[in-house]
Ligand binder design. Structure first.
Ligand code: R5P
Length: 304
């Protein structure tokens, strides 16, 4: 296998440039044309014998981003790449890792199948919503995490009288990991999702009274989870001093308006999707160094 190539479509361009520079190369040229009816047509250069990493987050507009990734994978394969890896900093549909009721689709499995069909021979993801994602693929899946990078940004805000809070049971393990790392206590909010935009919660397990709160989650989408969790911990006596660590900052719909109303010191996210919203309380950390390190390792393993 000859060269190492990093390539991206539209949403992954900034991250791919950071990744490529971290690897000491330039991103490979790629153009994505969008037709008036919404069809996409990517075009890449020759990749004969190369080890190619296609960087493509699948954030909103999600379905279009997924199709763009599929077409890019296919274009690289047809341009002669020896190996094509999908680098998906934010992996959409990972929340559909099981069917909630009869008649639903298994979204994560469908996306895994089409990525493989389009040519992905390996997948690299950042903090996927579910660890079950790996089992959805027959090709190898590498998972990396943004959490240490994000923690560096909030660690200075925290004191021993702070508490790490999981806004739902799904985030409890993450909260445990962060709590151990920071040597502070952990609490968990019991949340029920009532729709795509609404959640309910009244209970918190653990002591939050008179403590500053660090909420941790894999993603912020509509902000409903964060808003509800914040209101619950405040109702249980937490200080109006809340920081948030979440890998994927989607901030869709009226997320900002929801979060503006809360006593947030700061919300730290990674740039696993392009963050275009602008608020003094949002801090964005680059995921490029983490991805570059992982790609360097994977490429080295191919060469040896
Ligand atoms: C759900 O289980 C996830 O971990 C997040 O808590 C959730 O997807 C966040 O979405 P939203 O911001 O719309 O509540």
């Amino acid at each position: 296998m000859s060269g190492l190539r990093v390539i991206a479509g539209r949403a992954g361009a900034t991250t791919a440039t950071g990744v490529a520079h971290g690897l000491g190369i330039e991103p490979a040229p790629c153009a994505v044309e969008e037709f008036p009816d919404g069809e996409l047509r990517p075009r890449v250069g020759s990749m004969i014998g190369d080890d190619v990493y296609v960087v493509a987050p699948t954030g909103p507009p999600t379905s279009s981003a997924v199709v763009e990734l599929l077409l890019l994978l296919d274009a690289c394969r047809r341009s002669g790449a020896a190996r094509v890896s999908a680098v998906v900093p934010y992996f959409a549909y990972a929340r559909q890792d099981r069917r909630g009721s009869a008649g639903e689709a298994l979204g994560a499995r469908v996306i895994a199948d089409v990525l493989e069909a389009a040519g992905a021979q390996r997948v690299l993801v950042v903090d996927p919503h579910t660890t079950a994602l790996e089992a959805m693929f027959s090709v190898p899946v590498e998972t990396v995490t943004a959490v240490p990078t994000l923690l560096d940004a909030v660690a200075g805000d925290l004191a021993t009288q702070s508490v790490v809070v999981a806004p739902d049971l799904g985030a409890a393990k993450l909260a445990q990991r962060v709590g151990s790392r920071l040597s502070i206590g952990v609490a968990v909010v019991r949340k029920t999702r009532t729709s795509g935009r609404t959640v309910e919660a009244t209970e918190v397990v653990g002591d939050v009274a008179d403590r500053a709160v660090l909420l941790v989650d894999d993603m912020v989408s509509t902000g409903a989870t964060l808003e509800t969790a914040t209101r619950v911990v405040l109702a249980h006596g937490a200080r109006p001093d809340v920081s948030v660590l979440a890998t994927h900052g989607l901030f869709v719909g009226d997320a900002l308006a929801r979060l503006d109303a809360l006593p947030l010191r700061r919300v730290v996210v990674a740039d696993t999707v392009p963050v275009t919203v602008d608020r003094s309380w949002i801090s964005v950390r680059s995921i490029a160094p983490v991805l570059a390190e992982a790609i360097s390792r994977l490429h080295g393993a191919v060469r040896t």
